[in-house]
Design a protein. Structure first.
Lengths: 401, 260
């Protein structure tokens, strides 16, 4: 029997996130978000959330129940037990993605547990369960330790960390010239990179989003023709007459856009890069989406970005097609059955490469949609026999080939 | 204790971990993952190694100065302990300054709830000889009781280990309940003392009438003064009271065993 992997989970706790992190889910203002997070992470607050999570099946409460857990070890073992309870998934291995959240907001709202502390706790999990847990090291170009690879390099070479995680929506462009050394190192050492590629998820929370969006961002491949298109897209968001499109949540689409990776992949064509989430549910379904609110937003963004295709199509028809070592995963998107049926159709007709799509759930973010094992069930039903390779061979190749 | 913990935490950074992954033949299926940790045994060298591995920060500069000032574990521990004590002294100073404001607001809340108007209190005490004498007697009694309690507590601590006493109390609910009862009785007796002595505390029926007849301004000053006085805390005022009582008695009463 082959080893099975869940290639996309998170184990960070609420303390690793910035003080104003709850603004990601609800517009409650800086002070409100800070007060609520503080209250929830206090002893009585987390006790109350835990007690509520029993009878109240509300998805937000279930999500918060994991977020208020006392340690990353606890968050991880909670998921491990989910799989070990099901015979066919018992012994599942996990890729745990760390995220550097120290720069995703203004200085005053930095997390109480900084990135180094998050990493130290993750190393303890790795030591305790070396054959079940395969962490990826979160990279942010604003972190000075990223620039000189002082931590990343030894951690990768001594196999404490199995790959690199990027989360550009936290406030940086993946083609940032400061990341050049990281990609060079990753390509030379066949280090897998996982990057967040969807319009949803968390995003830069600072008061002034334009502080992190220059008109012509410095690129590691400055003369690449795609840079022109990227700069025009930035200008389109900046000059948008729709106020909503100038909010942090929408502007951060600029960071996550799949076309941002073309200048990188043209410079480092052998890079092992996984574009997570297949672009997200709204981009997979596009105008077929039955959720009219999501469909309207999709159309609005499509027009604003003067796009010719959806993010899903760009990943499928440009990135996966042209670059041999690129991958994508079904994490988070697997919570939507319609999106998974579309992925299944594309796998069957060969437009998606069956050997380069990975299984992942995006635990515990998916708790906002459904229970962990319920989303796995959705994927099982929609993807049928494709799922086995997604869990086994595909992830193994991504990690070790 | 702090020195030991710091030496251990910093020293941990000197450790090197290496994970070894073994695959089953002809596949990427994992057979075994284990790891080796290289650990420096000498705690002093371990600490120096940890400091050297740290990225630059002001904290690293401080830690490096400890390495330079010491040559072995004991001198390193002493240097850290000295630095910690000095720092804690300064922290206590900052803390006092920071808490002063919070204590003032808490004091203000208490004075408003109980209407503790210092001007009215002083005025009443000046005019009412009986009340003044009674209060002095009460103060002497409280001082005497408190000293007695200290002697009893000292004897208990001498005879028993404190942790054992606390454990015994936690174990024995009856004892705990009786202690609670004693405290409730104490509160009751304080309230009845205030009642019996007719100390001008609390709101009376004429308050609003007097407030708008020119008394309001002085009341506010009195309240603010009380809040300011309360912000010094009970131990401060108790010490003052003990000193005043001792001055009245022309010196501290000699301890009974000092006669021997």
């Amino acid at each position: 029997m082959n080893d099975k992997y869940n290639a996309h989970i998170h184990v960070f706790t609420g303390n690793c996130a910035p003080k104003d992190f709850l603004q990601v889910g609800a517009s409650m203002g800086d002070a409100g978000a800070k007060a609520l997070k503080w209250a929830m992470l206090s002893r009585p607050g987390s006790w109350l959330v835990n007690k509520l999570a029993g009878p109240v099946k509300n998805r937000t409460v279930q999500f918060l129940k994991i977020g208020v857990m006392v340690s990353q070890q606890k968050v991880f073992t909670n998921n491990l037990e989910n799989y070990d309870r099901v015979t066919k998934y018992s012994g599942m291995k996990f890729i745990g993605l760390t995220i550097d959240m120290d720069y995703m907001t203004d200085e005053k709202n930095k997390p109480t547990t900084d990135f180094n502390a998050q990493i130290n706790a993750v190393i303890e999990i790795k030591k305790a369960m070396p054959d079940r847990f395969f962490p990826f090291y979160g990279i942010d170009p604003r972190n000075p330790e990223t620039l000189n690879l002082s931590k990343l390099k030894p951690y990768i070479l001594n196999k404490t960390f199995s790959g690199i995680k990027l989360y550009p929506a936290k406030g940086f462009f993946p083609f940032d010239e400061r990341l050049d050394a990281v990609y060079q190192f990753a390509e030379a050492n066949k280090v897998p990179i996982m990057t967040h590629c969807t319009r949803t998820g968390s995003f830069y929370l600072g008061d002034n989003i334009w502080n992190v969006v220059p008109n012509n961002p410095a690129s590691l491949n400055p003369h690449h023709p795609m840079m022109d298109k990227i700069n025009k897209r930035i200008a389109a968001y900046k000059s948008s007459t729709d106020k909503v499109m100038r909010e942090n949540k929408r502007v951060c689409n600029l960071f996550s856009h799949p076309e941002n990776y073309i200048p990188i992949l043209d410079k480092y064509p052998q890079l092992k890069l996984c574009m997570a989430h297949l672009g997200g549910v709204s981009e997979i379904l596009g105008t077929e989406n039955t959720d009219t609110k999501a469909k309207d937003l999709y159309v609005k963004l499509f027009q604003l970005e003067q796009a010719q295709s959806s993010w899903y199509e760009q990943i499928r028809d440009v990135i996966l097609k042209n670059y041999a070592n690129t991958y994508s995963d079904i994490s988070y998107s697997l919570s939507d059955a319609a999106a998974m049926h579309k992925v299944n159709r594309d796998l069957q007709n060969g437009s998606l490469p069956t050997h380069r799509i990975l299984f992942g759930t995006d635990y515990f973010m998916t708790e906002q949609e459904n229970d962990e094992m319920k989303v796995v069930e959705i994927a099982e039903q929609a993807l049928g026999p494709f799922l086995q390779n997604m869990m086994e061979m595909n992830v193994q190749n991504y990690l070790y080939s | 204790m702090f020195s030991d913990a710091l030496i251990d935490i910093i020293g941990r950074q000197s450790e090197d971990i290496n994970f070894n992954m073994k695959f089953k033949a002809g596949s990427f299926n994992i057979e075994k993952v284990d790891f080796e940790e290289s650990r420096i045994k000498n705690p002093y060298e371990r600490f120096v190694g940890g400091v050297n591995k740290m990225a630059y920060s002001p904290f690293k500069t401080i830690l490096r100065s400890f390495c330079e000032k010491s040559s072995d574990y004991n001198s390193l521990k002493a240097a850290i302990a000295e630095w910690y004590d000095d720092y804690m002294e300064r922290v206590s100073g900052w803390y006092k300054v920071k808490t002063k404001r919070a204590l003032f607001f808490i004091g203000l809340l208490v004075t408003l709830v109980f209407n503790l108007d210092s001007i009215r209190l002083v005025k009443t005490l000046n005019q009412d000889d009986g009340l003044r004498k009674n209060l002095l007697l009460e103060a002497e009694r409280v001082t005497y009781d408190n000293n007695k309690q200290h002697v009893i507590a000292d004897t208990i601590i001498k005879n028993y280990n404190r942790m054992n006493v606390l454990k015994e109390i936690a174990k024995n609910k009856l004892v705990k309940d009786s202690i609670d009862k004693v405290y409730f009785q104490k509160c009751d007796s304080i309230i009845s003392t205030i009642d019996n002595l007719s100390i001008p505390v609390g709101y009376h029926s004429d308050f609003s009438k007097q407030f708008f007849n020119g008394y309001g301004f002085f009341w506010l000053i009195g309240i603010l003064f009380s809040a300011f006085a309360l912000s010094f805390g009970a131990p401060f005022w108790f010490d003052v009271m003990v000193k005043v009582v001792n001055v009245r008695r022309a010196g501290v009463k000699p301890k009974e065993n000092s006669k021997l």
